[in-house]
Design a protein around this ligand. Structure first.
Ligand SMILES: Nc1ncnc2c1ncn2[C@@H]1O[C@H](COP(=O)(O)OP(=O)(O)OP(=O)(O)O)[C@@H](O)[C@H]1O
Ligand SMILES: [Mg+2]
Length: 247
């Protein structure tokens, strides 16, 4: 394990973030954050409310312009690119709160996510692929998304982001608001998405579970990284145990 700032030796890097600053007006939400996500890894970013986790994801996926720093996707600099270009380049976000359209059907949610990118035939094939991977969405395809359980809505949020077949998926609090059983199901799904070949940057307040699925992890407090290392080592670190794992 290393203090934040040093760089772990790694193979191919999917994401490389260097010295990122992000502000909302005068509020410096993220300061000097550098992190790496290796190809094929699950990397967890944990930290308390308001630490800046969602702000980092927003800056990575084109929803918020960073004030300083660089972001590279497979070596190519993508800093400040708009979201649609990043999706085409292989980077997708599953946002905090899921952003499901509850008064539309499951199919309509998927169609809306993809119809500007694909011809109808290609879109239908992409939706079929997601229904194969998430059979429950197939069973509910004509039902209103708002009638799905929280766990099923999270599946829909995953499927919507996966339609574009991203190489790298950013997940913002996928377990938020779910009962313990559904939380385990969501983490099982994250494992499956990863096994199908997607690299994942996982933002979570559930430190225990996210460290259990992740290869590497970063701890963010008040906009800055305070600790980073192998997830298994962080899970054993007394500072992490005291602050995030209930002692
Ligand atoms: N749109 C915004 N305008 C102004 N300040 C914001 C905005 N969004 C976030 N902030 C501030 O930036 C800081 C980081 O917020 P952010 O949402 O990134 O934290 P977070 O780690 O994702 O927290 P949570 O665990 O609650 O989701 C906080 O102080 C927050 O109040
Ligand atoms: Mg957040």
């Amino acid at each position: 394990m290393t203090e934040a700032g040093s760089s772990p030796a790694g193979a191919a890097l999917a994401l490389q973030v260097d010295d990122l600053d992000v502000a909302y007006g005068h509020v410096e939400a993220v300061r000097g954050v550098s992190l790496e996500v290796g190809e094929g890894k699950i990397v967890a970013l944990i930290g308390p409310n308001g630490a800046g986790k969602s702000t980092i994801l927003a800056a990575l996926c084109g929803l918020k312009k960073p004030d300083r720093g660089t972001v590279r996707l497979y070596g190519k600099e993508i800093t400040g690119w708009p979201s649609h270009r990043l999706v085409a380049e292989g980077l997708s976000l599953v946002p905090e709160g899921r952003a499901i359209l509850g008064r539309m059907t499951v199919r309509e949610n998927l169609v809306l996510a993809g119809e500007r990118k694909w011809e109808p035939k290609a879109l239908a094939a992409a939706i079929d692929e997601q229904v194969r991977d998430f059979p429950i969405l197939g069973e509910r395809i004509g039902q209103l998304a708002g009638a799905l359980s929280g766990g099923q809505q999270q599946m829909l949020a995953f499927a919507r982001a996966l339609l574009a077949r991203p190489r790298v998926l950013l997940l913002d609090e996928p377990s938020m608001g779910l009962s313990p059983i559904l939380v385990s199901q969501v983490f099982e799904t994250i494992r499956q998405i990863h096994e199908r070949g997607t690299t994942i940057l996982l933002v979570e307040q559930n430190a225990r579970l996210s460290l259990s699925v992740a290869d590497d992890a970063y701890v963010l407090e008040r906009g800055a990284l305070v600790l980073e290392g192998k997830a298994a080592e962080l899970a054993d670190d007394p500072r992490i145990r005291a602050a995030y794992l209930g002692g």
